[in-house]
Design a binder for this molecule. Structure first.
Ligand code: UD1
Ligand code: MG
Length: 498
């Protein structure tokens, strides 16, 4: 099967490849990377405090559909092939650096003196190179790679020194307004706080995303001053400076205004999450996945799903989860970093960091913890807890069992109430059950212990010793039956209660 990334998250090339176990073979995960364009650079601004989030976590690290909002920005830049991506950090800079991928170069802005000043911090890394530099904000996670691509193309074909990405907003409050000449060309951008009453009526806003000729950008930034309402060095002022120097300024109007939204508080965070979620779901549906109730389905950005799979309501598919074709997932499944091969079926299940081969069935009411590997045709039924357990093909654990730190062969039947006694209070020990064995109801397997091929363990046994191949083991007291004694006993009890 071919996995592909989704609506606006698409991948193009494959510089970064992850491997995991899938269908008994390795599957490759590509990480949104196009072969880089030599002369395309990016500067992401993220030094600001983001005070309106009221958070100890830096704003750009707050997740949107499972990954830090700024990681969406980084991934889209890599998808269009930037060869250098620089991030300007300041407030909580160390935590931002620690959390993000090593695919980004960091520069520090000690004092937040404005967006132009922030971009200037990247000068030592970029000033001597010719090319195109995209500047954008770390708190705008919704731009698609198509939009960024279009911005770069407009910029490069128009021969402009600077191109601003603009949007038409019903309510432009707080944004910089795009002031155009009568012929439609861009004159300048005026910040909300500096705008006249007439300028405040303009609905075309600066999205905070630009393309610049790299060297002209840094030359213009030298001339930006802070004589304005906020006493800050404004990046948009670089546009007027370039225009006054005889350069061409161009603009690209965004097609979907939702992409332009920035996140400044938790309300906007929830709104961004909603828009991103809808985009992700839409992408999967267009790729042939049935999502029965999209409003009640949560799929994170990096999840991959094969065609003809049905996602029932109440599912959370997170992290690096990969689901094959023709699977039935849900209702109610919480899967994180899981790989599920074709034609498998999972319902009412929590499952983390595990893998399932083809045609397996898990659920309802199952907890699969990390390190579990289920082979083809395995069946796991209700109230089963699996932890770091490897189960061979055709093996069944149908109900009420705990199988942890265990290696179980093929065609094994683990009956109701079986417990692998893996923990002695200090250390975990391993249980091994070889092919074609039968473990009866309510059996304790006290690890470390080994059941050889074809073992048969009687119900109610507590097994502490190895069971040899094709052997029967019983480890419980024999039954004592006293004929007719039940009647006598009842009468005795009745009399004593008088
Ligand atoms: C900015 C634009 C505005 C645009 C809007 C879009 C300026 C002066 N104004 O306004 O025209 O409509 O974005 O959302 O650029 N930052 C730093 N260092 C600083 C200041 C800011 O790194 O010294 C970072 C912030 O962390 C943020 C980004 O730059 O990621 C934008 O800064 P912010 O203060 O939010 O600018 P806006 O007022 O939104
Ligand atoms: Mg802002």
């Amino acid at each position: 099967m071919i996995f592909c990334r989704l609506g606006g998250q698409g991948f193009v090339g494959c510089n970064h490849v992850y491997f995991g176990i899938y269908s008994g073979r390795k599957f490759a995960r590509k990480r949104g990377h196009k072969s880089s364009m030599q002369n395309l650079f990016a500067v992401i601004l993220a030094a600001g405090k983001g005070t309106r989030m009221k958070s100890k976590t830096h704003k750009v690290l707050h997740p949107v559909c499972g990954k830090p909002m700024v990681q969406h920005v980084i991934d889209q830049l890599h998808a269009i092939g930037t060869s250098k991506t620089i991030m300007v950090v300041g407030y909580l800079g160390e935590t931002v650096k620690a959390k993000l991928s090593s695919e980004v170069l960091f520069v520090e802005q000690e004092q937040q003196l404005g967006t132009a000043h922030a971009v200037m911090q990247a000068k030592p890394l970029l000033q001597d190179i010719q090319g195109t530099t995209i500047v954008l904000n770390g708190d705008h996670p919704l731009f698609t790679k198509e939009t960024l691509q279009r911005l770069v193309e407009t910029h490069q074909t128009s021969g402009a020194a600077a191109t601003v990405l603009t949007a038409h907003m019903q309510d432009a409050t707080g944004y910089g307004r795009v002031v155009r000449y009568e012929d439609g060309s861009v004159e300048r951008i005026v910040e909300h706080k500096d705008a006249t009453d007439d300028e405040l009526l303009i609905q075309e806003i600066n999205t905070g995303t630009f393309c610049f000729d790299n060297q002209k950008l840094f030359a213009a930034l030298e001339k930006v001053d802070n004589h304005n309402a906020q006493g800050e060095y404004y990046l948009p002022d670089a546009l007027s400076i370039l225009r006054e120097g005889g350069e061409r300024i161009s603009a690209e109007v965004i097609q979907d205004v939702n992409e332009a939204m920035g996140v400044n508080d938790r309300l906007q965070l929830a709104e961004a999450e909603k828009l991103m979620r809808e985009r992700i779901l839409r992408g999967h549906m267009l790729n042939g996945v049935t999502i029965v109730h999209p409003e009640n389905t949560y799929i994170e950005a990096d999840v991959v799903i094969g065609a003809d799979t049905v996602i029932e309501p109440g599912c959370f598919l997170r992290g690096q989860t990969v689901i094959g074709e023709s699977c039935q997932i849900g209702p109610n499944a919480d899967l994180r970093d899981v790989s599920v091969a074709d034609s498998s079926n999972i319902s009412y299940t929590v499952m983390h960091e595990s893998s399932i081969e083809k045609n397996a069935g898990v659920g309802p009411f199952v907890y699969v913890r990390s390190g579990t590997k289920l082979a083809e045709d395995v069946k796991i039924g209700c109230f089963v807890d699996l932890k770091k357990a490897e189960l061979g093909s055709g093996t069944k654990v149908a109900h009420l069992a705990y199988v942890g730190d265990a290696e179980v062969g093929e065609n094994v039947n683990i009956a109701c109430g079986v417990v692998t006694v893996n923990y002695d209070g200090f250390r975990k020990h391993k249980t091994t059950i070889k092919d074609d064995s039968f473990v009866g109801c309510n059996v304790n397997l006290v690890a470390p212990v080994m059941l050889e091929k074809g073992s048969y363990v009687a119900a109610g046994s507590t097994i502490t010793d190895r069971v040899p191949e094709d052997s029967f083991a019983i480890a419980r007291q024999r039954q004592v039956t006293k004929e007719g004694y039940a009647k006598l006993l009842m009468e005795k009890i009745k009399d004593s209660n008088k």
